[in-house]
Write a protein that binds this ligand. Structure first.
Ligand code: NAD
Length: 401
């Protein structure tokens, strides 16, 4: 939704203040899709998109195969500050060049698109360097750890005439499309509330998940927040409580570390018109299959309205179907959208290459990613201050096929 005059925000603040609720207002820094790059910016015609990958750790093992399989991608280089990881990835995926630092990568063979798979805390500076060098960027979540950082990157991309997109890709699944249609067609009546939960026992291979500016919201809650704002619209305000359940952790190769970022989070979003959603995420949730829980089919996300409810089976990044009950159909749960389609949570960078080669935009937008970054920063601010945090950014409704 575009709010060029900031009317929604002004009305929201006026009404909230009138109700005597404490409000902390972040600096006005709206991004809407209308401000992001036109399709023509940087399209690559007549050849494959030359791709470099930075961050050859755990998630790169899922990304490389999608990039190798893409008819639009030519992998030209990879990079990691642990040089053996870059070398190992280069050998395994037949990447011709590898580098130990982004400066060397940018000075190396020409490439068009940087795929940023580094630590959460490194995303902003890596994205910034690549955009400054006029490269298109795909970033793992988050774009940056504040909305100000995310907005800065969006403006930098526009000034360099390059494209910026980021994870997660959840709105691209057929299950998301089905749920969005149910909301838009009024099948649930007036939508009132939604809930999502995502957690496991936490990664053991890297400490950045638990360091300052890491945490479950940037790593896990980000998926649920993207799906729920995609379904219910941009959030106008956030309140949150977060905590640390496990104060020290054993990390492979590092030993015992102190946990500085939240490993337990509860977030409530106000989507306007009385619509509320709740998201919980944690690194202390029992899960029989741990991280790679794509087999899981339990309900992880629910939306309820005056005439129906729907429940996502499986995680939004690995969905299996949607169970829907409506007054119209007698109130019994029925399974829909059980076909997986071509959706893969790890195909965002390959889809971005396709976009650069064909002009066909993916459903995920940078404005949405920046809004989610603002929500998470707001949740942290709410925990720190005990206040309800007003949000300023918006994004256009997700375009369904
Ligand atoms: N692991 C997963 O299953 C998974 C899934 C989805 C998203 N993600 C996201 O992907 C990102 C990476 O996660 P991961 O699990 O692969 O972590 P990881 O620690 O396994 O890998 C990160 C890699 O980046 C490298 N790196 C860090 N800073 C760098 C820099 N400035 N320049 C070059 N290399 C640098 C590290 O040496 C490491 O090899 C995170 O944002 C995470 O939230 C991970």
């Amino acid at each position: 939704m575009i709010d060029p005059d900031n009317t929604l925000r002004r009305n929201f603040i006026k009404n909230t203040l009138a109700a005597g609720v404490a409000v902390a207002v972040l600096p006005a820094d709206n991004i809407s899709s209308a401000e992001t790059q036109p399709v023509a910016a940087g399209l690559i015609r007549g050849r494959k998109v030359r791709v470099a990958v930075i961050g050859c750790g755990n998630v790169s093992g899922s990304y490389f195969p999608t990039l190798v399989a893409s008819p639009h991608v030519e992998l030209v280089a990879c990079c990691d500050i642990v040089p053996e990881r870059a070398e190992k990835a280069a050998k395994k995926h037949k990447v011709p060049a590898f580098f130990p630092h982004i400066d060397a990568l940018l000075a190396g063979p020409e490439f068009d698109l940087l795929v940023n798979l580094t630590d959460i805390q490194q995303h902003h500076q890596v994205n910034h360097k690549a955009l400054s060098a006029s490269r298109h960027v795909w970033s793992e979540k988050p774009l940056g750890i504040t909305h100000v950082q995310a907005r800065e990157l969006v403006e930098l991309a526009a000034s360099r005439n390059v494209q910026l997109l980021g994870s997660p890709t959840v709105v691209a699944s057929p299950q998301f499309a089905f749920m969005a249609r149910m909301v838009r067609e009024g099948k649930l009546g007036k939508v009132a509330a939604a809930h999502a939960s995502y957690g496991h026992l936490g990664p053991s291979w890297s400490s950045f998940f638990y360091d300052k500016d890491g945490g479950t919201l940037f790593d896990l809650g980000v998926y649920s927040i993207t799906t729920l704002t995609g379904l219910l619209g941009p959030a106008k305000a956030v309140v949150a409580m977060t905590g640390i359940v496990t104060p020290t952790r054993e990390i492979q190769g590092k030993g015992r570390i102190q946990v500085a970022a939240e490993d337990n989070a509860m977030v409530i979003l106000d989507h306007g018109d009385g619509v509320l959603s709740h998201i919980q995420s944690g690194f202390n949730y029992f899960s029989a299959r741990e991280h790679e829980d794509t087999e899981s089919t339990h309900h992880t996300l629910s939306v309820v309205g005056t005439k129906g409810s729907m429940h996502l089976a499986g995680y939004d990044w690995g969905p299996h179907g949607v169970d829907l009950a409506t007054a119209e159909s007698g109130g019994h749960l029925q399974r829909f959208a059980a076909e997986p389609g071509d959706y893969q949570w790890q195909y965002g960078a390959a889809k971005m290459a396709e976009f650069l080669a064909t002009g066909v935009r993916p459903r995920f937008t940078v404005a949405h990613a920046a809004h989610v970054a603002e929500i998470i920063a707001g949740a942290h601010q709410s925990q720190a201050t005990g206040m309800r945090i007003a949000l300023t950014s918006t994004f256009d409704p997700v375009v369904l096929d």
